[in-house]
Ligand binder design. Structure first.
Ligand code: ATP
Ligand code: MG
Length: 416
């Protein structure tokens, strides 16, 4: 029988760690069986940047994009291959580039989620456009920044409407800090948002139909932000965090995204739900890195073998119908949203697809992470990321966390 060959393209910037891991797991996995005994093979290539014909046919079947959020040549190529060639993309260039943090807040508020009160304020500095002075003089209403802040209440956060990596984020406790932060915002467009005094910070990483919810410590250095802590949320709160992440991803058709929720007194407050290029670095995810790589492989293989199609339209009315249902409680709405999200991600079919292949993949990944090739990747990654005098410290740190994963995973597989 002939095998169907699928080519996965990786659109990469500076990352070397996770692409190497992804390529290695895919290679070790080898051919996969689809329905009716069909056979599928996978090749992975790193995409190069060059001129492209708009009517040209790309060689890839699926692309994982880590670049288009700042580099416009691949961004425009992605739009072309999405519209013209039906290529499967993680993530859609349309929704991720026009719908950033701000759009996610709007969607979540529209759906009745507990996004903290948020106000968008006009630019501090004039916009660089010849028409600005006239337009601003004619139409910009003066506003009282202190009155808005007082209405939200201190403390609050000032942060860019489309932010990432803490750029321009400040916590504000009084009017003096408010003015200082606004003056410093310059050409950035800012939100003011009520601060939540949270008990726990849950950061979840979603890849297709799976989500890992992790305990996050934003005030720690990068390598210590994700804590290895398995039951830091009650079962109900954990399920709510997963549902909100899946909901936002299904709503915008984002398939590789990390989401941030603050949990206070059992209430879940979403604060950051649009990360087009979620952090999956070995040095950040450590213990959770094998899960992320395995799941990325699983989702890509599932999408390719089952011929999953990407559709650019959002069909938002189906979600709004639930939001607008009179007399429906928050919990009932979440249940409705979860059903829509599970349908979008084809969760049942995904589980069925992997049911008879999962244990082989689990063994492959465990064997690799426990072996010398992974250790070499770990060493190379530390050498690329940290200065020489810190190499020993970080190699030991990561080895410790990964051997903890190997121990836990060995125990898990022994029981299964
Ligand atoms: N409303 C809020 N209440 C409490 N803390 C907040 C709030 N908004 C932001 N923060 C804090 O500020 C940090 C950065 O905010 P946010 O995630 O919105 O910005 P970011 O630039 O996207 O950061 P990152 O790339 O780390 O996700 C959060 O991790 C959190 O610690
Ligand atoms: Mg954030």
């Amino acid at each position: 029988m002939t095998a169907t060959r699928h080519i996965i393209g990786l659109l990469l910037g500076t990352e070397e760690d996770w692409p190497a891991a992804f390529e290695e797991i895919l290679l070790r996995l080898g051919p996969v069986e689809g329905t009716g005994g069909s056979r599928h093979t996978f090749d992975c290539e790193r995409i190069t940047i060059e001129p492209f014909w708009l009517r040209g046919r790309p060689r890839y079947d699926l692309v994982i994009d880590r670049l288009a959020y700042w580099y416009y040549v691949p961004r425009e190529w992605l739009k072309k291959v999405a519209l013209m060639d039906g290529m499967y993309l993680l993530n859609s260039p349309f929704t991720f580039q026009s719908m950033e943090k701000h759009a996610a807040y709007c969607a979540m508020m529209r759906l009745g989620l507990k996004v903290p009160e948020t106000v968008l304020v006009p630019f501090k500095n004039p916009v660089d456009n010849a028409r600005y002075a006239y337009t601003a003089a004619r139409y910009n209403r003066p506003f009282d920044l202190e009155a808005i802040a007082a209405q939200i209440g201190y403390p609050l956060y000032m942060k860019p409407y489309d932010g990432g990596a803490w750029r321009g984020v400040s916590r504000i406790g009084n009017p003096a800090e408010l003015h200082a932060a606004y003056d410093a915002s310059g050409e950035m467009l800012m939100h003011l948002q009520k601060a939540i005094d949270y008990d726990v910070f849950a950061r979840s990483l979603s890849i297709g139909a799976e989500t890992m919810v992790m305990s996050f410590q934003p005030d720690q250095p990068m390598h210590q932000r994700y804590a290895v802590h398995h039951s830091f949320l009650s079962a109900e709160v954990g399920a709510e965090v997963v549902t909100i992440g899946r909901l936002v991803n299904a709503f915008f058709k984002w398939e590789f995204n990390s989401c941030e929720t603050l949990v206070a007194g059992g209430e879940v407050y979403p604060i950051d739900y649009a990360n087009a290029c979620p952090d999956v670095a070995l040095t950040s995810l450590h213990y959770y890195f094998p899960w992320a790589m395995k799941t990325l492989v699983k989702w890509c293989v599932f999408a390719l073998v089952t011929g999953r199609r990407a559709k650019p339209d959002l069909e938002t009315d189906r979600y709004f119908a639930i939001a607008d249902e009179p007399g429906m409680s928050y919990e009932e709405k979440l249940k409705g949203y979860r059903e829509l999200a599970d349908a979008y991600f084809d969760s049942e079919r995904y589980q069925d697809f992997w049911a008879d292949k999962q244990s082989r993949l689990d063994e492959i990944v465990l064997d690799w992470v426990a072996g010398p090739d992974f250790d070499q990747l770990l060493i190379r990654t530390v050498q690329l990321v940290y200065p020489v005098h810190e190499h020993d410290k970080f190699i030991a740190h990561l080895r410790g966390l990964l051997s903890l994963w190997v121990r836990d995973e060995t125990a898990r597989l022994a029981v299964a």
